[in-house]
Ligand binder design. Structure first.
Ligand code: KG4
Ligand code: ZN
Length: 344
């Protein structure tokens, strides 16, 4: 980091609108002054994110969310040094709302516009300075696990990252949510599976772990296995879930957590790097948190879990990347376009 620039007061307004959360944050250098997230409840009724409804909700939310972020940070828009926004990847209609808003505001205020890759942001969220959060040293391994992503990345520097593995089908959060749906739980069911799992026996049932390359993931087979398992059990006992819910959830959770830990074992063996930083909504999972804490003692790893607010989709993580890029003079032109697929 450029030390001289650290002495300056840099204020970044960041905007994130890649999926179904409209978020705006204000950072003063690498510290978060405000981080406002408007969740879109409308998708619950549909059991998943409906892209058209998401972009409409972003349209409604963006102005009040940005206003609130500025108010909570006690900052006037004229004090801002730059506007950072998520360029992609994500849902096109959603990204367009944040991108157009960020462009117009940067033009109106005549300040730099900074494009941010959503996946870089999940990783660089670890560099938000916060008393509760310790900052990893380079190089480290980032495991990003959410409803939209499952990636293992070797992070050699702020802007020097290499994807070592990723899912070939569903993301891990999707696997949680689809399993939950089959168990009759409302969307997003991941946190509920986690809650029931804590009361159950993880050894009660076993589900197969898909075989793919050592650093890649596959979750679609697990989904099918759970579907057949439930059909079989319910054919014999229609009330199966009313007494077996905790054990089924604990067994699903064990399968997923063991699978994630197996992949981390593989990447540590392959790279020799044992600093592991996780991010994404599934980092809230009690099973993965416990397994990582255990790995600090058993395997001597150093593990990093950001504050929950910086794990799920949020604009503070976009802001920290905006700040780091600002220090390096990396700006976007106003011709920049949102991209639903954006190379890493
Ligand atoms: O990062 P996020 O808020 O949004 C994106 O998908 O980008 O992650 C949401 C995902 C959902 O799939 C949700 O079910 C999952 O994270 N999730 C959990 C837990 N908390 C959130 N999955 C398992 N256990 C949890 N405690
Ligand atoms: Zn995300």
């Amino acid at each position: 980091m450029i030390r001289s620039a650290l002495n300056k007061d840099i204020y970044i307004l960041a905007i994130e609108s890649s999926c179904d959360d409209t978020s705006a944050a204000v950072l003063h250098n690498d510290r978060v002054l405000s981080n406002v997230v408007a969740n879109q409840e409308i998708h619950r009724a549909y059991g998943g994110v409906v892209p058209e409804l998401a972009s409409r909700a972003h349209q409604q939310n963006i102005v009040p969310v940005v206003d609130q972020a500025l108010q909570r940070a006690n900052i006037d828009k004229n004090q801002l040094s730059a506007i950072a926004f998520t360029q992609g990847p994500g849902l096109m209609g959603s990204l367009l709302v944040g991108t157009s808003f960020a462009k117009s505001l940067s033009l109106g205020l005549d300040i730099p516009l900074i494009d941010v890759h959503h996946m870089h942001a999940h990783i660089l969220a670890h560099f938000i300075r916060d008393s509760e959060q310790s900052i990893p040293e380079f190089p480290f391994i980032a495991l990003t696990i959410s409803g939209g992503h499952t990636q293992i990345v070797l992070v050699k520097g702020y802007f020097d990252m290499e994807i070592l593995g990723e899912t070939i089908d569903d993301a891990v959060g999707e696997a949680y949510d689809k399993s939950a749906k089959m168990l009759g739980l409302p969307y997003p069911g991941g946190p509920l599976v986690d809650r029931y799992a804590r009361e159950g026996n993880p050894e009660a049932y076993s589900f197969p772990k898909p075989k793919v390359d050592p650093l890649n993931f596959s979750f679609s087979g697990l989904k099918t296995a759970i579907l057949y398992f439930l059909e079989q059990q319910q054919a014999q006992d229609p009330d199966f879930l009313s007494h077996a819910m905790n054990d089924v959830c604990a067994s699903i959770q064990k399968t997923i957590v063991d699978y994630l830990m197996e992949k981390l074992d593989n990447v540590v063996a392959q790279t020799g790097v044992n600093r592991i930083a996780i991010g994404g909504g599934v980092s809230a999972n009690s099973g993965i948190r416990a397994a990582l804490a255990q790995a600090q003692t058993d395997r001597g790893w150093k593990t990093y879990v950001p504050k929950f607010a910086y794990c799920t989709d949020n604009a503070a993580m976009i802001g920290i990347v905006g700040y780091l890029k600002f220090l390096e003079g990396k700006q976007a032109s106003h011709a920049i376009a949102a991209k639903s697929r954006l190379s890493f």
